[in-house]
Design a binder for this molecule. Structure first.
Ligand SMILES: [Cu+2]
Length: 172
């Protein structure tokens, strides 16, 4: 009786570990250090940053957030000593390589904010990642709002930036 109970427990444990493996297979992209720049009252937009790592060659194709009516993926670049940013269609996520969205490179731009992003609050982000087979994965991320002075990006005022004047065609 004792041994049959033990084997049943072993079977259960095996079943649970298989379930665990199946769950991990579906979670192909890991997101860490997600944060959003806190805003001041009336500021229309802000940036979100994080590190992504995909199991297989993939790309980040879209981001959504309940606090923003329009979310775009932007890339910062230096051209003629001027810092510019423009929209990109996707960010490549090579297999097993951490890709950071930071104030110097790619970032997620939250436009037309519906509310002020208070420091310390949590901003939900929904990421869509597509792998080489065209399979889409949706990832829910809770990003923490940090203050303006948290990084060296503070001289880059997204809020007052007029996107209509940016030359997007040169950014690709
Ligand atoms: Cu931007």
């Amino acid at each position: 009786m004792n041994s049959s109970r033990t084997s049943r427990i072993k079977q259960l444990a095996l079943g649970l570990s298989l379930l665990g493996m199946a769950w991990q297979v579906s979670a192909q992209t890991q997101v860490s250090d997600a944060w959003v720049r806190a805003t001041v009252a009336g500021q229309p937009s802000t940036g979100a940053f994080m590190t992504l790592q995909a199991d297989s060659d993939s790309k980040l194709i879209s981001v959504q957030s309940p606090i923003s009516k329009t979310v775009q993926i932007h890339q910062m670049s230096m051209k003629d000593d001027v810092m510019r940013m423009g929209q990109v269609q996707s960010v490549a996520l090579p297999a097993g390589k951490p890709v950071s969205l930071d104030p110097q490179g790619y970032h997620v731009m939250l436009l037309d904010l519906t509310a002020q992003v208070a420091e310390g609050s949590t901003v939900p982000l929904t990421l869509t990642v597509e792998n080489a087979k065209g399979e889409k994965e949706t990832i829910e991320v809770q990003a923490q709002a940090r203050s303006l002075g948290a990084t060296g990006h503070s001289n880059m005022d997204h809020g007052s930036m007029d996107h209509s004047k940016m030359d997007h065609s040169k950014m690709q």
